[in-house]
Write a protein that binds this ligand. Structure first.
Ligand code: AMP
Length: 283
């Protein structure tokens, strides 16, 4: 894979939300200035290399969080907002697979994984766990981490527990975003992504100024292959069968924090931060 295409994949999957810092981090969320920008501070995660360079700075305690929720619940958006509020790294396994789609000559195993992704199916546990294991240094990040889209099965949750135990790290909480099925389907089927800068729109809730054209860069808006109706059905089935049981797993471990994912991204962020703050004050 050529360097410039790796770099394009890294940069184009990242949105920076600039933050105006205030003394109390809880107030920071009211000061979010959402500007689209590109940056490569997740490059260690994308490249599987040895860690952030330069190492991330810490704002108080690092947060180590997992995000759960059905496809379309807005985990990616919340992950970006939370990461910029809490100073954690956003680690998304789905982003890894989307970036891998840029590879000119994928290995046979990667080809199978990408085909599974296009059908809306889960990629094999072995492959996903191997990818995360290769990136253990990212889990040790001084700024903490926010895992988005991993774990997704019980086997992956156990593998994550193993990795964290070996590294003497503990999860602070698992935020589980809940949304009724009809709303999930409406959100996913209307989602459009810029083929160039990856900005996300919705045909009803957040339409572009010019139909099918990105407001930011003028790129063409596309529907993700796995947002087509057939793939949505398969993804929802995979979620119900494999990922929903994880809410019980983390409830038993007393890590689960259910969050209602209706409302604007800022409202959902506010609920997440409040719930986190309550929980962490009690620990
Ligand atoms: P996401 O963006 O998290 O919805 O992920 C997009 C697709 O990548 C999923 O539908 C799966 O095909 C694949 N994928 C991402 N993360 C995982 C995972 N932890 N386990 C299995 N497949 C995954």
């Amino acid at each position: 894979m050529k360097f410039h295409s790796i770099w394009h994949c890294i940069c184009s999957t990242h949105i920076e939300l600039k933050l105006v810092w205030k003394e109390d981090w809880f107030e920071q969320l009211f000061s979010l200035v959402t500007t689209m920008n590109t940056q490569g501070d997740r490059k260690a995660w994308f490249l599987g290399s040895s860690g952030c360079d330069p190492p991330r700075s810490i704002h108080g305690n690092p947060y180590r969080l997992v995000l759960l929720g059905p496809p379309g619940a807005g985990k990616g958006t919340q992950a970006d907002l939370l990461c910029h509020t809490l100073g954690t790294c956003h680690l998304s396994t789905g982003d890894l697979f989307r970036a891998a789609q840029c590879q000119v000559e994928p290995s046979p195993t990667l080809k199978d994984a990408l085909a599974a992704m296009r059908r809306g199916e889960l990629v094999s546990d072995d492959m996903v766990v191997a990818l995360v294991r290769e990136r253990t240094r990212c889990l040790r990040c001084q700024g903490g981490f926010l895992l988005d889209g991993f774990p997704r099965t019980s086997a992956q949750a156990k593998a994550l527990d193993d990795i964290l135990t070996k590294e003497s790290l503990a999860l602070d909480a698992v935020l589980s975003y809940e949304l009724p099925l009809e709303e999930v389907v409406a959100r996913l089927s209307g989602r459009r992504t810029c083929s160039n800068c990856k900005a996300v729109y919705h045909v009803v809730a957040r339409p572009p100024r010019t139909p099918e054209t990105c407001d930011q860069c003028g790129g063409r808006l596309m529907q993700r292959e796995d947002d087509q109706p057939d793939s949505i059905r398969v993804r929802m089935h995979a979620y119900e069968a494999s990922t929903r049981p994880l809410t019980e797993y983390y409830a038993r471990a007393k890590k689960l924090m259910p969050i209602l994912a209706s409302g604007t991204p800022e409202e959902i962020l506010e609920s997440s931060i409040r719930a986190l703050k309550d929980r962490l004050q009690r620990r």
